[in-house]
Design a protein around this ligand. Structure first.
Ligand code: SF4
Length: 479
């Protein structure tokens, strides 16, 4: 008997709804998938906008096709719903509208769960290697019987790739999402797999994303990848872009904890798009796994000084936190305002424990970024001492997390910038410092326009925010 995991790679050149629906329905049949009970579809809608963030999210047509397939195959259904929490503190409603999900949800007459508006419940973690004893997730995730994971195939500057396993970061609300979102991120992603296992996965690899997660450059991969095990699907996806699966740390940790295979020998790769042909097609697929001191220095007015980091497993770099957030933030500026690298005033971004002098250029201002950052020396002849306030994951209580509310974060960071407007340096605290906060700091210190106040997003983002706050308040009494 063949007990290998099955993963299908199917050709799909465009976002034709009928084709997507047929491919996913047939994929479900081949894998023996029959959704039932409370069915929850989880796309990746980290951020969506037709012109500013066009390739960051699972496309609406893909979600539409997956819902149609789930309906066609389902039995004993109690509920079908779509749920997600967008990224960088923007209300999920904003992304759902821009991704075209609201029309799809209305057309299929199904429910929507905005995870930033619903109750969060603790789930115990028992596996060896877990960061914590419990983790908070939205109630609809805890209650669902059949999770369908619909990730977008993208490169990622923190974790190399975001596929099925990494898509689970989007099941947490802001308050809990940024806990351990530092050099522990890869462990956290493995922890999240203990909460729930998807019973079907379909990866939107029709137009994949390269380099960054929020503003990726498109890559026409022309594929839909399907399976019933996240590790198996992610392993095949790694091979599709010529990556050794062991180099995707959360995949390695998840496999080590018994969530699935990481070796191709344990997987039957099926479908009409041979793996070797995909690998040939993706030979020039681009990643952005580059340290910020290599990536930015010499390319514009932003220079980075990177020191040492507190965790023993990653003393040379913090892959899950502030450095990657800076890359995402700068790419957001570039998406909004091309040429911004030249118009920005000179900024030094300092992160980690730095022991050497900064040797600042004339007029260069400094952002000391993150709680772990420490430095002592002279700026303009005055003694400056930045001290670390970093806490290990054991010292951070997931039950007493601080708010990561969008408006609060904007006000706090802009107030910090205003108070230090005549100083050469500013200390921006956080672990991590989020992408949204870095956008505010860079805008104020580098004297460039702030995308948060751009007319293309200002009103819709804030309408979505107010609706989110209202509904979250109402839901307190409903649940
Ligand atoms: S403060 Fe930033 S760079 Fe330092 S450990 Fe936390 S996330 Fe990493």
């Amino acid at each position: 008997m063949n007990d290998k995991h099955k993963v299908l790679i199917m050709r799909c050149e465009d976002y034709n709804l009928e084709r997507i629906s047929r491919i996913i329905t047939e994929g479900m049949a081949e894998l023996g998938v029959k959704p039932s009970g409370r069915i929850l579809l989880k796309p990746n809608a980290v951020l969506a906008h037709p012109t500013l963030f066009p390739y960051a999210f699972t496309r609406g047509e893909f979600l539409d096709g997956a819902i149609a397939a789930a309906k066609a195959r389902a039995e004993n259904v109690k509920e079908i719903a779509v749920g997600e929490r967008s990224g960088i503190t923007i209300a999920t409603r904003f992304s759902f509208k821009n991704a075209g999900y609201l029309k799809v949800i209305k057309k299929h007459k199904i429910k929507v769960h905005y995870f930033d508006e619903v109750k969060q419940v603790p789930v115990p973690l028992k596996k060896n290697g877990s960061l914590r004893e419990q983790i908070f997730i939205p109630k609809p995730v805890a209650e669902c019987d059949f999770l369908i994971n619909l990730p977008k195939f993208k490169a990622h500057p923190w974790s190399r790739l975001t596929l099925s396993l990494k898509n689970f970061i989007g099941i947490q609300d802001d308050r809990h999402r940024l806990v351990d979102h530092n050099s522990s991120l890869e462990f956290k992603i493995a922890d999240l797999q203990e909460v729930i296992q998807p019973k079907f996965i379909a990866v939107d690899a029709i137009t994949a994303g390269q380099e960054t997660m929020l503003t990726p450059t498109p890559f026409q991969m022309g594929a839909i990848v399907m399976g019933v095990n996240s590790c198996a699907v992610d392993t095949v996806c790694c091979h599709m872009v010529n990556v050794n699966p062991s180099d995707v740390h959360h995949l390695r940790y998840s496999a080590e904890r018994g969530f699935g295979p990481i070796n191709l020998e344990e997987i039957d790769v099926l479908g009409d798009f041979p793996l070797a042909e995909v690998q040939e097609k993706t030979r020039d697929y681009k990643f952005l796994m580059q340290r910020i001191d290599d990536y930015f220095n010499g390319k514009g007015n932003l220079t980075c000084t990177v020191g040492k980091f507190p965790e023993a497993h990653s003393p040379d770099y913090c892959w899950g936190g502030c450095p990657g957030a800076l890359q995402e933030a700068v790419h957001i500026f570039r998406s909004f305002y091309p040429g911004v690298d030249e118009t920005m005033k000179k900024v030094r971004f300092v992160v980690g424990k730095v022991d050497e002098p900064l040797d600042l250029a004339e007029g260069e201002r400094v952002i000391f970024a993150g709680n772990c950052t420490a430095w002592q020396g002279k700026i303009d002849g005055k003694e400056v001492r930045i001290e670390s306030s970093y806490k290990t994951h054991k010292e951070v209580d997931e039950k007493k997390t601080k708010t990561n509310d969008m408006l609060v974060k904007i006000i706090q960071s802009l107030w910090n910038c205003f108070r230090n407007r005549s100083s050469r340096y500013i200390h921006a605290r956080g672990c991590p410092l989020s992408v949204a906060e870095i956008v505010n700091y860079l805008s104020a210190v580098g004297k460039i326009k702030n995308p948060n106040f751009d007319s293309r997003v200002l009103i819709p983002v804030n309408i979505a925010y107010l609706k989110m706050r209202f509904n979250r308040f109402i839901n307190r009494f409903r649940q």
